[in-house]
Design a protein around this ligand. Structure first.
Ligand code: SF4
Ligand code: SF4
Length: 319
């Protein structure tokens, strides 16, 4: 099985023929089951304590019957054939019955790679076992610090010990299985942890098969003070050019936990509503919606100025 980074690279670099105004139905589906989270990471565009009142999320859990309906329709259309993710802006293990949805998706036999990301607090041996037995192919722990005090500062809770213990247990369990399954980690680096990168890598890499570091840049969308205190930029973020096309809107469909198709979930401002599937439950029609077409048009023409895509890391990732 490919490592998560290799898989992610493939999905975020769609083949040339997908770069059109109405590409074939998307290979990747993000069906968010819940947007609730048990942390408040400072840099989180959805749950940061620095968010203004009007930017705070309205919390929701998708009705399981509706989630199944959407999965059934997606499976019939081939949407999500290369990747199905059941999370986006929340913590998946807060969703009661996550394993039932995973099992339902597996039994549809239409999604070749099912993927979960967790902050690890509720990634207990029991929840990991439930996810594995329900057919998950890849689990990512998102841990943004390598020690207790940095963890508490950045995540808003003193849970580093719990998360590390859950990661160790998950690793031992997955290694004992007679099946291939990705266990990876991601870490958002901020000004406070930039110098810790190698220590964090050394600590986590003994448990995971892959680790990815992401720099927390452009936090002014949350709060300018946050930007000053925490933001760090990779070289790629300093040099956007017009040829950078984000692959996302050409091969991925994002449905939030209210059943609304949105542009993407790269930031709070990128949650642009496209279609309410509760009113119009047609995934093909949503994919061909004029708002998505207009974003594809702008990205293809290099005309992203003034839009959420202008300084989005999604464009650099696709290089
Ligand atoms: S764990 Fe993820 S979703 Fe939750 S607050 Fe942190 S970054 Fe946001
Ligand atoms: S906001 Fe970013 S990820 Fe979303 S479509 Fe634009 S460039 Fe892509």
């Amino acid at each position: 099985m490919k490592k998560m980074t290799e898989h992610f690279k493939e999905i975020s670099h769609p083949s040339e023929e997908l770069f059109s105004l109405i590409p074939p139905l998307p290979e990747k589906l993000s069906l968010e089951l819940n947007n609730t989270c048990n942390l408040n990471c400072v840099f989180c565009p959805f749950h940061s304590p620095y968010l203004s009142k009007e930017d705070q999320m309205t919390l929701s859990h998708m009705d399981p019957a509706f989630a199944k309906e959407l999965l059934k329709q997606a499976a019939a259309l081939g949407i999500g054939r290369k990747e199905l993710g059941l999370f986006a802006t929340g913590e998946i293990f807060l969703y009661q019955g996550f394993d039932e949805i995973l099992r339902y998706a597996r039994d549809l036999n239409a999604f070749s790679y099912t993927y979960l990301t967790t902050n690890g607090i509720l990634a207990t041996p029991e929840n990991i076992r439930l996810a594995v037995e329900a057919g998950v192919d890849s689990i990512r722990f998102s841990i943004n610090a390598g020690n207790r005090s940095d963890y508490e500062l950045l995540h808003g809770k003193d849970c580093f010990g719990t998360v590390l213990e859950n990661l160790k247990e998950a690793s031992a369990y997955i290694k004992s299985l007679d099946r291939e399954l990705n266990l990876s980690a991601s870490c958002v680096l901020t000004k406070k942890t930039l110098s810790e990168e190698e220590n964090i890598r050394a600590l986590f890499s003994q448990y995971v098969d892959d680790i990815v570091f992401i720099r927390a840049g452009y936090l002014d969308g949350i709060d300018p003070l946050l930007e000053e205190e925490y933001a760090v930029y990779g070289e790629e973020q300093q040099s956007f050019d017009n040829d950078d096309i984000c692959g996302y809107v050409f091969n991925s469909l994002f449905i939030d936990s209210n059943g609304i198709v949105r542009l993407c979930c790269s930031s709070q401002k990128a949650l642009i509503p496209i279609v309410d599937l509760k009113k119009e439950p047609d995934l093909k029609k949503a994919w061909e919606h004029e708002t998505l077409i207009s974003f594809r048009k702008r990205l293809l023409a290099g005309e992203t100025k003034g839009t959420v895509c202008e300084k989005c890391l999604g464009r650099c990732i696709s290089r």
